[in-house]
Write a protein that binds this ligand. Structure first.
Ligand code: UD1
Length: 425
């Protein structure tokens, strides 16, 4: 078991390069199922979750080459089989369920384990299933599995009760090969949806309106292979922007689309963090007198739930009171108790957290309870006095490429060590 050790209280300085978006590449890899021809993904982030989705496809007899050096993933689905992906793999990552729409479109049937809940809430799949049913799919859920069957997918009008990112993606992947036209209303508008639509359209799909709440999908008979470079990771960018703020330092974050991080820029600006936009990079100046803010997480273009934990860490270090309201996930404050171990003053009241800034966070032994919670603890460690030891860092490796190396490069004292090393220290 590995841990990340952070010696806090140091200023950061320099440039950080952001990798491609995890949440873009996962559905894009799943959508390659729709074609017999080769698909190539450039500048792929070498992340645990990416390896897991590739393994899920390999369970389906996909031939995948991951070139870690050039960060290129080549997928050949010409001999894909209607296998059942391993239960243990599907349990590892909810996004495995994103293979459902594409598999049903390609084979007319598919059986996969129920993805189940996770640390941040129960996370049902009812909206995915509602969409499939509207396209004519017979869906059965039982004995821990979802089984889907259809003789011919038929386009339909679908209204999502909530703009779920995963449901929008899964339904899109099924609808591109359906007969006729599908309209998805109250669709998710996230940049990752736009990226998936762009990839699918380059494969020959006809998707109109991605990035708005209404998607129009005109079914086609076949899709061809395609080459794609995913968008940059707006959440990784936001995490490094907060790294500058929490250490009261100046950092240049390279490979960011201003459009994608607008809600993060808005909140940091309200906190008096300096923001300078320069083409595809953002200079963040946290060396100022910062003010607390209130934050409410919302579907895009609202404030992202995936930045909530990091902002909580920052608010812990800012004099005054800030309130965070989490509206997307039912149980996404697990990091609060870990931050309290570091001296934070946080009170939880249902879906809200009231954060009273303290003079100094203090290093402590803590655990990453999920991916973004883990990132928040690294940030808290950077801004704290003394040494923070973060355990269960496999959560962090799911979604951040070389986080400790990138932070080290800009002056952080941060190490990854294995449990046996810790005993020696
Ligand atoms: C995606 C992101 C995740 C992000 C989340 C919200 C990926 C791989 N993951 O997750 O990082 O935190 O969007 O921005 O892209 N819901 C239902 N029924 C459903 C589907 C969802 O009730 O059928 C609920 C969920 O329980 C949750 C909310 O809708 O409370 C948002 O979920 P959703 O947008 O689907 O998130 P994911 O696609 O799982």
């Amino acid at each position: 078991m590995e841990k990340i050790i952070v010696n806090g209280g140091r200023k950061l300085c320099g440039e950080v390069e952001i990798s491609s978006a995890k949440n873009s590449i996962l559905p894009i890899i799943a959508s390659s199922i729709l074609t017999n021809e080769k698909c190539i993904i450039e500048n792929a982030p070498m992340l645990e979750d990416v390896f897991v989705i590739c393994e899920v496809l390999e369970n389906l007899n996909s031939k995948i080459n991951i070139d870690k050096e050039s960060r290129m993933i080549t997928i050949d689905n010409s001999n894909l089989k209607l296998n059942e992906p391993s239960h243990n793999l599907v349990r590892k990552m909810r996004a495995s369920f994103l293979t459902m729409g594409a598999m049903v479109a390609r084979f007319g049937e598919f059986k996969i384990s129920l993805p189940g809940g996770c640390n941040i809430g129960s996370r049902p799949i009812d909206l995915h299933l509602k969409g499939f049913k509207a396209l004519g799919v017979q869906v059965e859920v039982g004995y821990g599995y979802v089984e889907a069957k259809v003789s011919k997918l038929k386009g339909n009008n679908i209204y999502l009760d909530f703009p779920s990112v995963g449901a929008t993606e899964n339904i899109m992947m099924a609808a591109v090969m359906a007969e006729g036209e599908t309209i998805i209303e109250n669709a998710a508008e996230e940049p990752e949806i736009v990226d998936l639509a762009k990839f699918l359209n380059s494969m020959g799909a006809k998707i109109i309106g991605a990035g708005t709440d209404k998607l129009r999908i005109i079914g086609v008979n076949r899709l061809n292979g395609a080459r794609h470079r995913p968008i940059y990771d707006r959440i990784e960018a936001g995490t490094f922007m907060v790294a500058a703020a929490i250490t009261r330092s100046k950092l240049k974050v390279i490979n960011v689309s201003e459009e994608h991080v607008k809600p993060i820029i808005a909140k940091l600006t309200e906190m008096n963090v300096g923001i300078e936009i320069d083409k595809n990079s953002i200079i963040v100046d946290g060396d100022r007198d910062l003010k607390p803010v209130d934050i409410k997480t919302m579907p895009y273009p609202g404030f992202p739930t995936d930045m909530q934990a990091q902002m909580m860490a920052l608010l812990c270090t800012v004099k005054g009171t800030g309130v965070i309201t989490e509206t997307i996930f039912e149980n996404r404050f697990m990091h609060a108790s870990e931050l309290k171990r570091m001296g934070a003053n946080i009170k939880l009241d249902g879906r809200s957290a009231i954060i009273e800034g303290v003079e100094h966070l203090t290093g402590a032994e803590v655990k990453a309870t999920d991916l973004r919670a883990g990132a928040a603890l690294i940030l808290a460690g950077l801004g704290a006095d003394g040494c923070t030891k973060i355990g269960d860092i496999y959560h962090i490796d799911r979604g951040y490429v070389d986080i400790e190396k990138k932070l080290k490069k800009v002056g952080a004292q941060i190490e990854r060590i294995s449990e046996s090393d810790i005993k020696v220290v």
